[in-house]
Design a protein around this ligand. Sequence first.
Ligand SMILES: C=Cc1c2[nH]c(c1C)Cc1[nH]c(c(CCC(=O)O)c1C)Cc1[nH]c(c(C)c1CCC(=O)O)Cc1[nH]c(c(C)c1C=C)C2
Length: 528
Amino acid sequence: MPPTHIAVLGGGLTGLSSAIHLARRFPTSKISLIERQDVLGGWVRSERVKLPQIGASVLLEGGPRSLRPNGKSVLELINLLKLQDEVITVPRTAAPAKARFLYIPKSYGSSGPSGLQRIPSSIFSMISSSLASVMLPAILFEPFKKANRPSNISDESVDSLFTRRFGETFARTFGSALVHGIYATDSRTLSVRAAFPAIWEAEERGWGSVVRGFLMPKKKKEMAEQETYEMGNVPDMMRGTSVYSFRDGMETLTKAMERKLQATPNVSITKNAHISGLKLLDNQEMEISHSQSTPIVASHVVSALPLHVLHNLMNGPQNIPLVPHLTKNPTSTVHVINLVFPSPPKDVHPEGFGYLIPRPPDGYPKTSNSFSGILGTVFDSCSLHEQDFPPTEDYYNAASHTKLTIMTGGPYPRPPLPLHLSSSECDVTPPFIWNLLDQLKVQLGRELPDPIYWRIWNNEACIPTLLPGHLDRMEEMKASLGLSSNGGPSDAISRGWRARLAVVGAGVGGVSVGDCVEAGRRVGREWV
Ligand SMILES: C=Cc1c2[nH]c(c1C)Cc1[nH]c(c(CCC(=O)O)c1C)Cc1[nH]c(c(C)c1CCC(=O)O)Cc1[nH]c(c(C)c1C=C)C2
């Protein structure tokens, strides 16, 4: 029998995707989506600002800003929500797809390269690269290094695997920068199996060598199970695309998901609702108390809340079955700072995607002082100039402005934020922004004009750091809910939750937009 009433807790990407797919799968079930804030979409936030000084309208992002076309569940949503005309693509041959940089401060050491360094994209470009001294020996000798994974480990940190296979300098230079750019955390704390399973598996496939493993074909049983996605013509549109976004930013996707849900008769959305409790009733239904009206009683619940928030809900006075590991992982806070300069990109930065900054050799500083803790900078004008008006064909040399985004925080101590978070709220540029501009000038190696617009987004606890052992812990968590590892009901049916509570989201199964949408797509499959 289909569920009578499904409550979806949390209206971020995973909650929205869960509600959309559950409403399709169970058209006769009642579905209630409950969100704490007055907007849906979670960390996805796009803002269009008009800048009359230069006669431009500029689209800025506070969270994720681009997508890769390999995420089939997002391509499917684009098709289902008819967003094809909103998509903008960056071809694989374009500069932002090919040119990515590392910034290595002079203070990191005298022997290696310093300054803005282009990351080579092939073995041939590696030979002439200034990063060759760090990359070439590490990569060329790795296949000849003895297998060295300790037999008693089932997971380790990204830094630990990179150091074992490629050496300490490579691990710190490339591994830490990669982890900054995705998880905004310390690579010495992040689980390699949870964050980069392909690297862990390549080492196994390659008899101890990651490089050999990547060069070898995958065995049949390692190939992902084949899912069918309703993608229509979207894969054709994406041919040759490196990354894509939407003309009006990533909110195009979440707003379209919300509109779709509003138009679906069996779905109700409650915003501004503070959820205060989750209780298991004697008849196996679940009661969700929240601030907006009387409690909701649901036969099935999807929690798309951050795990620590779910933990707090369950820790009330009611006696409910324990769900383990909800508070194990820490989270990273990222400050995202959009800057708009009144000059074309050629006067501000090299053409490309942007740059990442590796971890300092002595580790992260303990206090913020004047050090800004920049993790990396994205050259938004290069990849996303089609979002801005008026359109400029030769945007790099001729656009009226440059937009870029600095990301700070994560493992660095964070200086206090200014009172006002955008230049539209105050006339005086705060020291926080001047300090970042000083750092930016050093990193880009040039003088910069004063920005005509700045905007700070405080993404508090936005990305979970999945600690080593995460995958095993999530199996135990699922088992406690009465779910087996493949998502179906386990024989532990006597457990209180009886597979009627599903826990999904970035803290469980992957932090990318694609992972969140996919998790929502798969949830509740066992409820038929
Ligand atoms: C708020 C800042 C974020 C940082 N990482 C993420 C966010 C939202 C999440 C993230 N970023 C990337 C991925 C991988 C995506 C994939 O493989 O499909 C994830 C899950 C890659 C990425 N990193 C940066 C960009 C612009 C992208 C493309 C995707 C996106 O737009 O988020 C730049 C970047 N992100 C962060 C930092 C510190 C940084 C530095 C330049 C943190």
